[in-house]
Design a binder for this molecule. Structure first.
Ligand code: FAD
Length: 479
């Protein structure tokens, strides 16, 4: 066994692992991040969209402004021909989606993690893992192929869809392949599409086209007649043909910098926690790229788990808090699987009844505000709420938007990784908890008292609360 045991070992430095490790280190928890690749971050981006809820989480870490400056906001998505979805009415400071390559997001998260003191171990592959009552023992193979054993109190597998950690803890990854032979290309266009983000499905083909903001567009397409292995060579002609079929034209695509074939699975682990080991991001769930939710869901997993692990390791919360990670995030993962799979199935519709269903849904989404808001809430992540205990206030478990406070705004107050207690009247009872609780007052005359968790969801609320009730709630949640 080498070195001093670490409180947390994170396996995999994709976006999920980088956010999680950065959060823990920022909270003062020593953390090691093990990554099998050499110092990575490829400039070929898989994901390229940040949704509103992820931007809110990044705002709570003072990272959103930098990413907003580097990306390109879109406030409207074109769906299935005439149907568009406007995002500018989203009840969020970020009432748009941000087109930004995954590598830009990873750069920002990595810089933060380095600054916070995360110990990075590149070219170090996890090969096995066992756990006992006190901790986790992780076998790794280092840069010179030397075997080593690391010990930590907790381990988190953020090691992607082929997760070694998941296998080591014996969890299945049930599900199936939804679509095969999807093609991807990052290309330049001779003509610019009318809508900024174009999705369409016609007959046997569908395609999706979105601007990166650096002169390239990402095209993702599929054609029913081209069911070939991922290894089959792919040329620009095939990409253009699918574009013409699905979008009616190929926009003069040229100069592809990346072309790839992939298949899309829909899978989820049955448990996000086994003892002292957690799974997050693609290690826990994979689904189709429709809706651009993969990276976003992984980042939300990390934001949910990090403050809980920090609270337990700092002795401010009982280990049972860690069970709420599965209880809260597994249902969200399941919904994302269903909704992104639903979009793809509708896009691939061929039978008369599925085509009729697509037409009907298009009409509903076009005309019925609540249905459109529900879909927008799911895709952007702002529509989720977490389960609340029986008898809890109606706000418990809901996401809190960036409300105005007497001296600032909520997502600035959350930047210390602390709970924020928002009260109608001055409250002096936080004594001794300044490292984990900020106290603020509403800018407006609201009478509700709300205790907001570090990840921006309501831990506790009361319409009228005396100091004793507030103190009891703070003691129960903040420790
Ligand atoms: C074509 C395509 C388009 C996509 N578009 C979008 C989109 O628009 N929006 C979106 O949100 N998502 C999108 N996604 C999904 C998104 O890319 C993933 O959801 C995201 O990368 C998952 O992040 P992660 O950190 O969980 O895992 P990953 O990014 O897969 O990172 C896992 C890391 O773990 C490392 N690792 C693996 N095994 C080990 C081991 N044994 N030891 C040490 N290290 C290990 C890997 O090297 C890797 O660096 C897309 C995916 C694809 C394929």
């Amino acid at each position: 066994m080498n070195g001093t045991p670490r409180p947390v070992l994170v396996v995999g430095s994709g976006p999920t692992g980088l956010l999680l490790a950065g959060d823990l280190a920022t909270a003062g928890i020593p953390v090691t991040l093990v990554e099998k690749r050499p110092h990575r971050i490829s400039n070929l981006s898989r994901a390229f969209v940040l949704h509103a809820r992820t931007l809110e989480q990044l705002d709570a870490r003072a990272l959103a402004d930098e990413l907003e400056a580097a990306g390109r906001p879109l406030d409207r998505i074109g769906l299935f021909g005439r149907l568009t979805m406007d995002l500018d009415t989203l009840p969020s400071r970020f009432n748009h989606l941000l087109v930004i390559p995954q590598y830009e997001v990873e750069h920002v998260l990595e810089r933060r993690a380095v600054k916070a003191g995360v110990e990075f171990r590149y070219e170090t592959e996890v090969t096995g893992l066992t756990q006992d009552a006190d901790g986790v023992t992780v076998e790794v193979r280092g840069p010179g192929s030397e075997a080593e054993t690391l010990r930590a109190a907790y381990a988190v597998g953020t090691d992607g869809m082929r997760s070694t950690v998941r296998e080591a803890i014996g969890l299945p990854f049930p599900g199936r392949s939804v679509i095969r032979s999807v093609v991807l290309a990052d290309v330049r266009l001779a003509e610019q599409p009318g809508t900024l983000l174009t999705v369409n499905a016609v007959g046997d083909a569908f395609a999706f086209l979105a601007p990166f903001g650096d002169g390239y567009h990402r095209m993702i397409g599929w054609h029913r007649g081209r069911n070939v292995p991922d290894s089959e060579p792919l040329g620009l002609d095939e990409i253009k043909e699918i574009a013409r079929l699905a979008l009616g034209r190929d926009y003069g695509m040229h100069d592809a910098r990346w072309m790839s074939r992939f298949h899309s699975d829909e899978r989820q682990v049955p448990a996000y926690r086994v003892g002292r080991v957690f799974l997050a991001g693609d290690a826990a769930h994979v689904h189709t790229p429709a809706g651009g939710q993969g990276m976003n869901t992984g980042l939300q997993d990390a934001a949910n788990l990090s403050w809980k692990l920090a609270a337990v390791l700092r002795g401010h919360a009982a280990p049972a808090l860690l069970d709420t990670y599965h209880a809260e995030r597994h249902p969200v993962g399941r919904t994302v699987l269903r909704s992104s799979g639903g979009i793809v199935r509708l896009a691939m519709a061929k039978r008369p009844w599925t085509l009729a269903l697509r037409a009907a849904l298009t009409t509903v989404l076009d005309h019925v505000g609540p249905a459109r808001r529900r879909v927008a809430g799911q895709v952007t992540g702002i529509g989720y709420r977490y389960p609340a205990p029986r008898g809890a206030h109606r706000l418990t478990g809901t996401r809190v938007p960036d409300v105005a406070l007497a001296d600032g705004r909520l997502y600035e107050a959350l930047r210390g990784g602390r709970f924020v207690l928002i009260t109608p009247r001055p409250y002096e009872g936080a004594g001794g908890r300044g490292d984990r609780l900020a106290v603020a007052r509403w800018a407006s005359g609201r009478g509700t008292t709300v205790l907001v968790r570090p990840d921006g969801y309501v831990a506790w609320a009361a319409d009228t609360a005396d100091e004793r009730a507030i103190e009891a709630a703070v003691a129960a949640h903040v420790g």
